[in-house]
Design a protein around this ligand. Structure first.
Ligand SMILES: O=C(CO)[C@H](O)[C@H](O)COP(=O)(O)O
Ligand SMILES: [Fe+2]
Length: 221
């Protein structure tokens, strides 16, 4: 299980997004946080900006939609060229219908869970999604500290995926850094979002490589 690193441009310079996307060209994905000021108390960017990011990004885009009514809005992000579109379970009215629509449009379908949202109701539906995002902070802001209490949920999700025989990815997002990534990897995560850790580092490519090496080493144990 090779670790995939997806730096979050939430911690990039919003006046220099193209430059800061090019800075993460050695990453596996660029993680783009879409926030609507309703599902979370913060506002980032919407479809017009996203469409341009998808055109200029050197790596595939992993969209994380922290928005109300993803049933209505998420498909447009797949149409805009996102490789992966993740919506929140707490916000979707019909998550399976939406996941099927995202796949039909050619994107990977991701289902995100806030820290207090249990994974169990979704374990019978693993065949319908390509990724489960276990939020390791409350969504809304970068730079928060990793919630250790989410580790058992990551572990239960990984156990269920392994038992199913399906290739469902498990992503962690929030507070991921050199000091937390090994525990998340050991619990079973294989896709790692990191915003402040990557963009706040002295060397952005160096940090991507260091995070990847730590996660790969944890998986090898
Ligand atoms: O979805 C998010 C916040 O809701 C961000 O992707 C996440 O917080 C990344 O930032 P950091 O690595 O600094 O915690
Ligand atoms: Fe995110």
């Amino acid at each position: 299980m090779a670790a995939l690193i997806a730096p979050s441009i939430l911690s990039a310079d919003f006046a220099n997004l193209e430059r800061d996307l090019n800075a993460i060209s050695t990453a596996d994905y660029a993680h783009v946080d879409v926030m609507d000021n309703h599902f979370v108390p913060n506002l980032t960017l919407g479809l017009p900006v996203f469409e341009r990011l998808a055109q200029v990004s050197p790596v595939p885009i992993d969209a994380h939609l922290m928005i109300e009514d993803p049933d209505r809005w998420a498909p447009a992000y797949a149409e805009a060229g996102a490789a992966s579109v993740t919506f929140h379970a707490e916000a979707a009215a019909a998550p399976v219908r939406l996941a099927r629509e995202l796949r039909r449009l050619g994107a990977r379908a991701g289902l995100a869970l806030r820290p207090a949202t249990p994974v169990e109701p979704f374990l019978d539906l693993l065949a319908e999604v390509d990724m489960i995002l276990v939020m390791t902070v409350e969504p809304g802001f970068g730079g928060q500290s990793f919630i250790e209490g989410t580790l058992p949920k990551i572990r239960r999700a990984r156990e269920a995926v392994s038992a199913s025989g399906l290739d469902v990815w498990i992503q962690v997002d929030g507070g991921v850094s050199r000091s937390t990534i090994e525990r998340a990897a050991d619990a079973g995560a294989n896709v790692f979002v990191a915003g402040s850790a990557v963009y706040g580092a002295e060397s952005v490519p160096g940090e991507i490589e260091a995070l990847r090496a730590l996660a790969d080493a944890a998986h090898a144990h």
